[in-house]
Design a protein. Structure first.
Length: 101
């Protein structure tokens, strides 16, 4: 707590829906044309910008891992984006999301 002249300041309530930070996203996807494009369209829809991207193909199983680091993104938009990823048929496993502070 911060005190000024013996008066307490009210603590600010943290609202996660209004916070923003960079994100680490890992997606396991089908390795076929157009998958990366569909992922970037979803990110753009929720105003999430990519800072770095790595794609690691597994040719034997026709899968790929896509790792994304984003610029600062709004938490509410990030949650909506993840929900959209979960319904995408080209994404094989649930996406991994780690907030980078």
């Amino acid at each position: 707590m911060v005190y000024l002249k013996n008066k307490r300041l009210k603590p600010k309530i943290f609202n996660k829906d209004q916070s923003s930070n960079s994100l680490y996203l890992r997606l396991e996807v089908k390795d076929k044309p157009g998958v990366l494009s569909s992922i970037t369209k979803i990110l753009a829809k929720y105003k999430i910008s990519i800072q770095r991207l790595i794609q690691i193909p597994d040719h034997k199983s026709k899968k790929a891992s896509i790792v994304l680091i984003t610029h600062n993104a709004n938490e509410l938009d990030a949650q909506r984006c993840i929900k959209s990823f979960k319904s995408n048929k080209n994404i094989i496993k649930n996406p991994v999301l780690i907030r980078l502070f």
